[in-house]
Design a protein around this ligand. Structure first.
Ligand SMILES: NC(=O)c1ccc[n+]([C@@H]2O[C@H](COP(=O)([O-])OP(=O)(O)OC[C@H]3O[C@@H](n4cnc5c(N)ncnc54)[C@H](OP(=O)(O)O)[C@@H]3O)[C@@H](O)[C@H]2O)c1
Length: 292
């Protein structure tokens, strides 16, 4: 960034990620202003976060950097609303968990601004930047150099930044977020329908503990946010249809009592994972052998 940045405004600043950002940026010594629709929530959050609160127009006009931290479904309305108050050269970043559509929206309405699509791969419970991952999705050379510049700043504070195109990001997020959430919800639904959750917990080992941890972690999150991810990630239904096909394949092996092919397929998958996943280490297998 060409000028030294001191003034940052966060739109959606009293939301979960908005608060996290406000705290983090204030600790970095920046002058943080939060903006949002409810005056009461805004004033309460500003008191709690020791930052400034301002009406949207003022927050946008006085900032060098604007961060948009609103739900995916509200992003277009918010970008349209802030657009008349922005000025050429101002930096605008969004943090939405999908990137293609939000980046298109920012390009459409904020053509004079220096925009960058960003996705923090952690939630509002993160205690510091150490070890946290971000994905940046620049379009074109100018956004590419901005992404590199920000990458250096975040990596010097212990974070890990990956840069890719918005479609590539969204395709990977289908696998990284959408599919695990889907499996967690289907598992939770199945476990509950089996009517013995409490009894199973009393005799469970590692497999059940891992499944329960995934299911309960997802169930604890914001249903509107998780729903918006399923609805906005491209081809989520295609990925989940593939999962259904695979479920059908494995179910058939069980239904047919075809133990030989079941074990054969499992061996084949293990070999593939050992080749493809550097973390597929003996430690994981030992954990299973010891605990289940
Ligand atoms: N939560 C996560 O783990 C996580 C992680 C990475 C990225 N993200 C991304 O971060 C963004 C924010 O997520 P969040 O979890 O912080 O959501 P959140 O807690 O629901 O906060 C969203 C904020 O946006 C405000 N807002 C909604 N519609 C608005 C509008 N039309 N005009 C102005 N403000 C509006 C809300 O205010 P009201 O109360 O007035 O509605 C709220 O303050 C999302 O794009 C999400 O994809 C979330």
């Amino acid at each position: 960034m060409s000028d030294k940045v001191t003034k940052i405004s966060i739109i959606g600043g009293y939301g979960k990620m908005g608060r996290w950002l406000a705290r983090f940026l204030a600790k970095e010594g920046l002058q943080v202003t939060i903006a949002g629709r409810s005056l009461q929530k805004l004033e309460e959050a500003a008191r709690e976060l020791s930052c400034r609160a301002a009406p949207l127009e003022e927050a946008v006009k006085q900032a060098q950097v604007i961060i948009i931290s609103v739900p995916i479904g509200s992003l277009e309305d918010v970008v349209r609303e802030i657009a008349p108050h922005t000025r050429p050269g101002q930096y605008v970043f969004d943090i939405a968990s999908v990137k293609q559509r939000p980046v298109e929206i920012m390009h459409k309405y904020l053509s004079g601004c220096r925009i960058l699509g960003t996705h923090p791969m952690f939630g509002p419970g993160a205690e510091s930047l150490q070890g946290q991952r971000f994905v940046f999705t620049p379009v074109g050379d100018e956004e590419g150099s901005l992404a590199e510049q920000l990458r250096r700043q975040l990596e010097s504070r212990g974070a890990k930044v990956t840069i890719m195109s918005p479609p590539e990001h969204d395709q990977l997020m289908g696998m990284v977020l959408g599919l695990p959430h889907f499996i967690a919800l289907v598992s939770a639904d199945t476990l509950l329908s089996l009517n013995s959750l409490k009894e199973a917990g009393e005799v469970s080992g590692t497999s059940f503990h891992l499944l329960l941890t995934l299911a309960e972690a997802v169930l604890s999150e914001d249903p509107d946010f998780y729903s918006s991810l399923q609805m906005s990630l491209p081809d989520m239904a295609g990925i989940e249809e593939l999962f259904r096909e695979k479920t059908g394949y494995w179910l058939n092996l069980v239904r047919e009592h075809d133990g030989e092919h079941f074990a054969q397929r499992m061996r084949y998958l293990r070999e593939q994972f050992e080749r493809e996943d550097p973390d597929f280490s003996a430690a994981y297998r030992n954990l299973y052998r010891l605990a289940d």
